[in-house]
Design a protein around this ligand. Structure first.
Ligand code: SF4
Length: 237
């Protein structure tokens, strides 16, 4: 069995999506995360995995999202070249990547690289919550910036993570509304059990699913994921 690395998201900002493999998150300290297990230091092997996934892209919507369980700069150079070539060949006008706050200095060069083939880069940051102390002390996210306006500099989209101990209906609504104020789009991820130290609180997950997410189902600027495989990638095939 191998991991599903290509999918199509047909509604809300229709796009193709790729889950690529990089060298892995260099940070690795977030207490809720074990995503960085999908990685390898073998660049040639990563490229082979990524090449197969990228070969499935058709350009049907002109929009491609790339995630890689970390930040875009952890992808190998052959993969990046193939993404640029694919965007040019299939006339993909917009490509989305993810990036941790720590690597924001690498974003302008990435934008320039894709602008050369007329592709706009949209950058997503995993902010998880706008509660600075919770993000720093409980999530250990490694973002040393409390000001949402500054967090949005150089980023168009943010991810939020709900369903964790201590979060409330009010805190989750405040996070979404803050995200919508400073970013073009917000992606709500619902925490699911994994191998990380910080695990979901079932009552907070219930509030998220039954009271928070329904408020945003019709909002085109909000993506909602109840499982981290809801975009159609990350499961086994
Ligand atoms: S959430 Fe992102 S930055 Fe944090 S450990 Fe996981 S992959 Fe790394």
């Amino acid at each position: 069995m191998s991991m599903i690395r290509y999918s199509v998201i047909p509604d809300k900002n229709p796009r193709e999506i790729l889950l690529l493999r990089g060298t892995g998150c260099a940070y690795k300290l977030c207490t809720f995360c074990d995503y960085h297990e999908d990685s390898s230091q073998d660049l040639a092997s990563n490229f082979q995995v990524n090449k197969e996934a990228i070969s499935k892209v058709t350009g049907k919507f002109g929009i491609l999202e790339v995630i890689n369980s970390g930040s875009f700069n952890e992808l190998d150079e052959d993969t990046m070249n193939l993404l640029v070539e694919t965007c040019a060949r299939l006339h993909i006008h917009t490509i989305h990547f993810e990036c941790h706050w720590l690597y924001r200095r690498f974003i302008p060069a990435l934008r320039a690289r894709f602008a050369a083939v007329n592709t706009r880069v949209v950058m997503k940051q995993g902010i998880e919550t706008f509660d600075y102390e919770y993000r720093r002390d409980v999530m250990k996210k490694g973002i040393n910036e409390p000001d949402p306006a500054k967090l949005a500099e150089g980023f168009e989209e943010c991810c939020l993570l709900f369903g964790l101990p201590g979060q409330t209906y009010e805190s989750m609504i405040n996070d979404v509304e803050t995200g919508l104020k400073y970013f073009n789009r917000v992606c709500i991820n619902t925490m699911t059990a994994n191998n990380a130290p910080l695990q979901p609180d079932p009552e907070v997950v219930r509030i998220c699913k039954e009271e928070v997410i329904p408020r945003y189902l019709d909002n085109d600027r909000v993506d909602t994921l109840l499982e981290n495989t809801d975009f159609g990638i990350g499961g086994e095939e």
